[in-house]
Design a protein around this ligand. Structure first.
Ligand code: N01
Length: 546
């Protein structure tokens, strides 16, 4: 049973939350202010914001529309906050999260600049003991991971980095003061969502930008614009409906999607739909607002893929460069689809060079720059836009030990296993917000976060109301869920790409499709059903001494 209320002084808490990004801030608010628990949040950054604190690279902005990539739990908050544009830049999103921290008075219960290093479950008390790199040792009944899905930066093990005489940066740990590219020869490695956002912005100030591409990407224009007061008034008046549509959708976005197959409609109709989405709407609507089977039917997918390829050929003036940028060999959307502002256009600039690493891979970094099997490139700055050890890396940086001292790192060696993406068998009273096995990265993240936090809050309240102290996913429920996650993914096109969804970007990482692809709405219903059935699949108990 929770023992204290709303005050995080001391070292024994009802809950410890790790992380103060979108997930950690809401978990702290919900557990502290709605449930009345004592909560301490630890955050490695010097400020709140998580992803939006660390990813300050040039061009960083949200790929989901601002008015849905935001919290919905407080109508006052969503009515009082006004975003500048459809896709706000990182500083604005960070200001929003700072505002949330202040508005809900969260800061007194957040310890910044502190990385949690160990979390050990103590069976004699049904409590977790948590240690930090600052020497804190605290206990909590509930250990809540809000570490994020894309927080552990992936710096590829390229030989010779130490010898580089210039400066280098990873986009996921960008210097607070920014980087001045003027007059510099910049090399950018990576053409995922981040590299695609950064390329046009770096090219605009650098003396020369060389983009090192291993896999070309299907990017769609964002079509960003400033939101007018009239548009805002309309959004605010309809927020209830916008959020309802998002919650009832597959991907957490309030888009109307045709349930028709892309190959059931005539080529002219299909082309007109793609053209409208490309030229007028932009962004994720291209994939989530077009045809229902783009991610399950190869022939349908190919229609969208070919449309994008032809757009690239049309935009990029040098046909040889265009062909290097044209994605092939994997279906559209099976790597997280990027959206861009003038990405392909940037390759028409005189100060931009594209290097095809699929033809000539990087062999090493040398004092003056970067070497591939074909050439040397002299550089002043190297930017690693090389992504993250996604979905598991940030949690596994903590040495988490469950029942009988079992290590989570060991348990997940063959890939992450969870029940509902929220709990792990053998790790009682530990909750993972947007963990592997939940829709998480395939959806609109704030929505997925809110659903998890509220479900966790309900679960903790249920324990309290029934005099219980411990909740743990059963091994059987976990096995069945892991099978289900796998089965659902295997009938889609997702496994056909070497994506970070599969762990394929990290050398040696076991390839397992990690997010739940069954859709946000069915997933939410399943979670609600589990709760309504007295937390079916979880073992609930009361500690003898409590
Ligand atoms: O990382 P990525 P990201 N040598 O893993 C390449 C989210 N996000 O930071 O494809 C050479 O997608 C790698 O090549 P390949 C979003 O969910 C959100 O761009 O593996 N190249 C790839 O091109 C996104 O998906 C927003 O062959 C190497 C790139 O580096 C996720 O973050 C904005 C290499 C990595 O792409 C991650 O995106 C931005 C090597 N050794 C990002 N290793 C929002 O708007 C890797 N690469 C919310």
């Amino acid at each position: 049973m929770p023992t204290s209320s709303g005050n995080s002084a001391g070292s024994d808490f009802d809950a410890v939350v790790v992380g103060a990004g979108f997930a950690g801030l809401y978990a702290l608010y919900h557990l502290r202010d709605v449930l009345g628990l004592s909560v301490r949040a630890f955050e490695a950054g010097d400020g709140v914001g998580g992803t939006w604190y660390w990813n300050r690279y040039p061009g960083a902005r949200c790929d989901s529309e601002s008015f849905i990539y935001s919290y919905s739990f407080s109508d006052e908050l969503q009515q009082e906050w006004t975003w500048s544009s459809k896709y706000p830049e990182q500083p604005e999103i960070l200001r929003y999260l700072d505002h949330v921290a202040d508005r809900f008075d969260l800061r007194p219960d957040i310890q910044l600049s502190t990385r949690v290093t160990d979390a050990v479950f103590d069976e004699t008390t049904d409590r977790w003991q948590i240690r930090t790199d600052r020497g804190d040792v605290v206990t909590a009944q509930f250990f809540v991971s809000a570490v994020g899905c894309l927080s552990a930066a992936n710096l590829p093990p390229i030989a010779g980095l130490d010898s580089f005489e210039g400066a280098w940066y990873h986009t996921g740990a960008w210097p607070q003061g920014g980087v001045d590219f003027s007059g510099k020869r910049v090399g950018l490695i990576g053409t995922g969502s981040t590299g695609i956002q950064a390329t046009p912005v770096i090219a605009a100030t650098a003396d020369h930008l060389t983009v090192f591409q291993r896999t070309p990407n299907y990017s769609v224009p964002a079509r960003n614009f400033a939101l007018t007061p009239e548009q805002w008034a309309d959004i605010k008046a309809n927020y209830g409906e916008i959020r309802r549509k998002a919650r009832e959708s597959w991907g957490g976005f309030p888009y109307d999607r045709s349930e028709m197959s892309a190959i059931e409609v005539s080529p002219d109709e299909r082309e007109a739909t793609y053209e409208r989405l490309w030229a007028e709407e932009g962004g994720f609507k291209f994939i989530y607002g077009s045809y229902g089977d783009l991610l399950s039917n190869e022939a349908s997918n190919e229609t969208a893929a070919e449309f994008i390829r032809n757009k690239i050929r049309h935009i990029v003036k040098d046909p040889d460069v265009a062909e290097v940028l044209v994605p092939r060999g994997y279906p559209y959307g099976t790597k997280r689809p990027p959206i861009d502002t003038d990405y392909f256009e940037t390759f028409n600039r005189d100060n931009v060079t594209l290097v095809d690493l699929s033809e000539a891979p990087i062999t090493e970094i040398v004092p003056r720059g970067l070497r591939t099997t074909a050439a040397d490139y002299d550089l002043d700055i190297i930017v690693f836009a090389t992504g993250f050890d996604a979905m598991t890396g940030s949690l596994l940086r903590i040495d988490v030990r469950g029942v009988d001292g079992q290590s989570l790192r060991t348990k997940w060696e063959a890939g992450p296993t969870t029940y509902l993406g929220i709990q792990v068998a053998g790790f009682p009273n530990m909750f993972v917000i947007t963990g592997p096995g939940s829709p998480s990265v395939l959806t609109n993240m704030p929505l997925a976060i809110e659903q998890h936090v509220e479900w966790i809050g309900d679960c903790i309240s249920y324990l309290g109301a029934h005099g219980l102290t411990r909740v743990e996913a059963t091994a059987e429920a976990e096995d069945a869920w892991v099978d289900h996650v796998h089965d659902v993914a295997s009938v889609t096109l997702f496994p056909k790409a070497n994506s970070w969804y599969l762990g394929a970007n990290i050398p040696g990482k076991k390839r397992v499709f990690m997010p739940y692809v069954g859709g946000f709405a069915p997933y939410r219903e399943r979670c609600d059903q589990v709760a309504a059935n007295d937390y079916e699949g979880f073992a609930l108990s009361r500690h003898a001494g409590s």
